[in-house]
Design a protein. Structure first.
Length: 77
């Protein structure tokens, strides 16, 4: 999945408008990034990207770009 598509999908997952997330946002400032949002994202990562991300890994990330790094080769560009 390319980065822009990922950012749009991520925005929808956390209740933001597609195109509004650029990557440098602090996750703590996103209203939809709560325990349910983390769980929803983990399911999204597994189903859409084939990547199993643990809650512990997600607890360590601070910014949207950190998630992209965590996803590694699954995000292009």
């Amino acid at each position: 999945m390319d980065k822009n598509t990922f950012l749009d999908e991520f925005a929808k997952l956390v209740g933001c408008q597609p195109g509004s997330i650029k990557g440098d946002e602090e996750l703590s400032t996103l209203g939809g990034w709560d325990s349910l949002g983390v769980l929803t994202f983990a399911i999204f990562a597994e189903e859409k990207l084939g990547t199993d991300i643990s809650a512990a890994e997600l607890a360590r990330v601070k910014k949207v770009d950190d998630i992209i790094v965590l996803l590694g080769k699954n995000i292009i560009g």
